[in-house]
Design a protein around this ligand. Structure first.
Ligand SMILES: Nc1ncnc2c1ncn2[C@@H]1O[C@H](COP(=O)(O)OP(=O)(O)OP(=O)(O)O)[C@@H](O)[C@H]1O
Ligand SMILES: [Mg+2]
Length: 165
């Protein structure tokens, strides 16, 4: 039997993590594969698991000073983390009330290819994001969660493939 390398895996359409730990582990899988320039958009309602996933990514990247969801400013820059394998940015734009102010954030500076970026509530910044990205759409299903996987471009697809069981 041919070994299932990351590149031969199919991209899963949907994931159903039944616990926060499972969601964190999915984030870790993406974090292990993350490279500079990779973008992960995390869409979904309050409490659906976006931060839990981002925490898994941060952990696998080697961030040891996880600061949770950013309030003000809306971005946490782990680029100077000495243990991190890749500079990592975690953004949460939930509190960005005026969509025009997305340009004042400085998010674009992190989208030039130096950082791996995970971004919650990315709706107001979608126009700024490269098309080559992994987009995960979370939904709450009782105690469980559903995560719809959408990937475009070579890096988006590479990240999506590591989510295959
Ligand atoms: N399968 C699951 N995946 C993720 N979280 C789960 C799951 N089951 C239960 N939970 C719980 O749901 C909550 C998810 O919170 P989390 O902060 O990750 O959500 P969020 O999408 O980032 O919310 P917000 O939009 O408020 O930032 C946690 O309390 C977690 O323990
Ligand atoms: Mg969150």
């Amino acid at each position: 039997m041919r070994p299932r390398t990351a590149s031969s895996r199919r991209i899963p359409a949907e994931l159903r993590p039944s616990s926060a730990d499972e969601t964190r582990r999915l984030g870790e899988a993406v974090g292990h594969a993350a490279e500079p320039g990779d973008i992960v958009a995390l869409i979904g309602p309050l409490g659906s698991g976006k931060t839990t996933f981002a925490e898994g990514m941060a952990r696998a990247i080697g961030v040891r000073t996880w600061r949770g969801s950013p309030s003000f400013p809306l971005m946490q820059d782990y680029g100077r983390e000495t243990h991190a394998r890749v500079p990592f940015l975690h953004a949460d734009l939930y509190r960005l009330t005026d969509p025009t102010s997305v340009h004042d954030l400085g998010l674009e500076d992190y989208l030039r290819g130096e950082y791996a970026v995970a971004i919650e509530w990315p709706e107001s910044a979608i126009a700024l994001l490269p098309a080559d990205r992994l987009t995960l759409t979370f939904a709450i299903d009782g105690d469980a969660r559903r995560i719809r996987v959408s990937a475009a471009g070579p890096r988006g697809r590479a990240l999506a493939r590591v989510l295959a069981a």
